[in-house]
Design a protein around this ligand. Structure first.
Ligand SMILES: NC(=O)c1ccc[n+]([C@@H]2O[C@H](COP(=O)([O-])OP(=O)(O)OC[C@H]3O[C@@H](n4cnc5c(N)ncnc54)[C@H](OP(=O)(O)O)[C@@H]3O)[C@@H](O)[C@H]2O)c1
Length: 387
């Protein structure tokens, strides 16, 4: 029996993880659920999955959730804020933590979980982009597994099982291309709802905007480099609009191994939960006669400069990926709040990374300092309208 905590249980990954677990009750038990501010959904999850401990973002919500639990005769401990989420991540009974919070805010809970020797099913790519080296070293020190939830990285993990790391020539990271891959209009006029209308995947708002700018693919390229210990030069992005091939690994002998399935996040989530075992799933099987053709194209780095910025940041290394990630988080929030245009996102990220003086040190302190600097700097750019 695996006992798990889900950090970000009310989000897209969190709810899909619970959906997967609904049919795995004999092998997985929910111990902890951490939400942000969606207490309505958290209460439904408490009723259905009966966790021992839950956490919400602010203290006022703690009082409301505690009161609701008392009135409904439910015995659950309720915590709040960073202390709460860390409590869930380190519960003694838990052996796997699903890190599904969005943004670098998930970093501290992931670190706490690793130090408490919990395996991590990681969806939260911003954590790996911000402090990938630190996280992977820590995981190795404490003997914990970092299991990818991202469909591309789950695919790479499965392809990597068939050869040695030293034999990998390239990781071929597939991308749907997002909603604007074929768009020929003026990207600066893109509205929030257009940018949120992803052709293949239904996801949280932040990753959906990242998919529209292709920053998501840049973050994923860095994530792949960190998770599989290969240089960023060996990670190549390929546009594959059907989202059937979830990624591939090319070996030194020229063999290319791919993982295919219908696009459904429940499959990589399930694989991370049951790794290294495979069990039956509810995923619609592939029908190659229905699919007909699979297409592959080169990404347009001029149309989607965020991809360039991600590779640039990864190559500069040290504190640069953290700075890029933080500036992107700030810019995406500003776009979703209607404060900047779609095309301003890349301008803010670019201005911020080109103003950053790299700290040539990979310590957690340096990375956190750079993250704070980047958030201040990029917020100021937006406040002062310097775009
Ligand atoms: N969605 C996908 O298909 C997908 C695929 C691959 C990777 N990912 C990655 O998975 C992560 C989550 O993505 P998502 O799409 O699931 O995002 P999402 O739908 O926006 O969900 C984010 C979750 O984090 C919680 N949260 C946000 N801020 C928090 C805070 N300060 N403290 C505690 N909880 C907080 C939210 O709580 P409330 O909603 O209650 O406020 C929610 O449960 C991201 O890093 C994303 O890149 C997602």
């Amino acid at each position: 029996m695996k006992k798990i905590s889900i950090l970000g249980s009310t989000g897209s990954i969190g709810t899909q993880t619970l959906n997967v677990i609904s049919s795995m009750k004999e092998i997985i038990k929910i111990e902890g659920l951490a939400a942000g501010s969606n207490t309505k959904l958290l209460k439904q999850q408490i009723k259905k999955f009966k966790p021992k401990v839950v956490s919400v973002n602010n203290a006022l919500d703690t009082i409301k959730v505690k009161k609701w639990c008392r009135e409904n005769g439910i015995d659950v401990e309720v915590y709040s804020g960073e202390e709460g989420i860390i409590k869930l991540a380190t519960l003694s009974s838990v052996n796997l933590v699903v890190a599904a919070v969005v943004g670098a805010v998930g970093l501290s809970s992931t670190i706490a979980a690793i130090k408490a020797k919990k395996d991590i099913a990681i969806a939260n790519k911003e954590t790996l982009v911000t402090a990938g080296d630190y996280i992977m070293k820590l995981a190795s020190k404490f003997g914990v597994k970092i299991l990818p939830v991202d469909s591309e990285h789950s695919a790479i993990l499965q392809c990597c099982n068939l050869g040695k790391k030293s034999q990998i020539k390239k990781i071929l990271l597939t991308a749907s291309g997002g909603p604007f891959y074929k768009y020929e209009g003026d990207l600066s006029k893109i509205t929030i709802s257009q940018a949120l209308d992803h052709p293949t995947w239904k996801m949280g708002k932040k990753i959906t905007i990242d998919s529209a700018t292709l920053m998501n693919k840049g973050l994923e390229a860095i994530e792949a480099s960190v998770l599989f210990g290969v240089s960023i030069d060996k990670v190549e992005v390929i546009i594959h609009p059907q989202s059937i091939v979830h990624s591939m690994v090319e070996y030194m002998d020229g063999s290319v191994i791919a993982q295919l399935s219908n696009p459904d996040m429940r499959l990589p989530i399930q694989y991370a939960l049951t790794f290294p075992k495979r069990i039956c799933s509810k995923i619609k099987p592939l029908n190659f006669w229905e699919i007909g053709k699979l297409e592959f194209y080169k990404p347009d780095f001029n149309k989607f400069p965020c991809l360039n910025l991600a590779y640039f940041s990864a190559k500069r290394g040290y504190t640069m990926p953290a700075v890029m990630n933080a500036a992107n988080e700030v810019a995406v929030t500003a776009f979703l709040n209607g404060n900047i245009r779609f095309t301003d996102i890349v301008k803010i990220v670019k201005k911020t990374i080109f103003s950053h003086k790299i700290i040539k040190n990979k310590s957690l302190e340096s990375v956190l300092k750079a993250d704070v600097w980047s958030r201040d700097y990029s917020s100021n750019l937006i406040k002062k309208g310097i775009l």
